[in-house]
Ligand binder design. Structure first.
Ligand code: G3P
Ligand code: CA
Length: 262
């Protein structure tokens, strides 16, 4: 996982599942990514009001669910104000297409189950305002899934990443055997990368700020590098040329085909 195999090709990582063709962060997006031959699936994890870990990208529910119809009188649509039971009433698929009507917001546990035994997980800890402690909560949640961590560590099939480097560090302190990645939306400084290399395994920058010098620098520090979010075919080809370890894309089937024919 993460590392380029004998093929020298990067991992195909489905962004929020196969979110170009299925509703992001749903079981449909995960199973589609799997069927399309993604090596790994990236999803975002957050916490409900009653502490359930669920897959959702935004801090609020309006964009990707019918929450405004189902709960018209609520003052806030922040995920952290809803219980897991309330979330089961929401449709997280119709916003994309009627084909996906009734797709639920999955729990982390359901998402992991949908991956099956051969697809890796790149789990982003999505820390919204006031959600400190999520790194610890994710560590606890993973521990509660019977057999999962032991298997994930043995097969190198789980990486936990975040833009929130403090929460990543908290997670790492809790579960040091699970590799972690730091997300960068601005170009990382030399000092940031050197510090990351003392405890993290991946530095994962926005693709548009990635060049050969950055890839080489990250590799020289012994870190892996996954770039996001790469959707144009020309960018996919360029990312492959840069020698990154993984390409995070909404269209894993397109990247798979590029790799197959190159
Ligand atoms: O995996 C990195 C990428 O998912 C970060 O951006 O906003 O899609 O979570 P975002
Ligand atoms: Ca993400």
């Amino acid at each position: 996982a993460g590392e380029k195999g004998d093929s020298g090709q990067p991992d195909v990582i489905a962004h929020r599942g196969s979110s170009g063709v299925a509703p992001e962060n749903t079981l449909a997006a995960i199973t589609t990514a799997r069927a399309q031959g993604a090596d790994s699936v990236e999803v975002d994890v957050q916490r409900t009001a009653d502490g359930e870990l669920v897959l959702l990208h935004d801090c609020t529910l309006e964009r990707t669910t019918d929450v405004e119809e189902v709960f018209p009188d609520r003052e806030s649509y922040a995920l952290s104000d809803f219980t897991a039971d309330e979330l089961t009433r929401l449709d997280a698929g119709s916003w994309l297409s009627p084909e996906f009507e009734g797709e639920p917001i999955p729990t982390l546990r359901e998402g992991i189950r949908a991956l099956g035994p051969r697809t890796d997980l790149l789990l982003e800890v999505k820390v919204c305002e006031g959600e400190e402690g999520l790194g610890q909560a994710v560590a606890d949640g993973l521990r509660e899934i019977p057999g999962y961590l032991r298997r994930a560590v043995a097969t190198d099939s789980l990486v936990v990443q975040s833009f929130d480097h403090d929460e990543t560090r908290e997670f790492h302190t809790e579960l040091p055997r699970v590799p972690v990645g730091l997300l960068f939306s601005a170009r990382p400084t030399d000092a940031e990368l050197a510090e990351a290399a003392t405890w993290a395994q991946q530095a994962n920058p926005r693709y548009t700020l990635t060049d050969q010098a950055l890839v080489d620098q990250v590799h020289a520090l012994g870190l892996e590098i996954n770039v996001w979010t790469v959707n144009a075919e020309s960018d996919m080809r360029a990312a492959v040329e840069l020698g990154v370890d993984g390409v995070i894309t909404d269209y894993p089937q397109v990247l798979r085909e590029i790799l197959r024919t190159s």
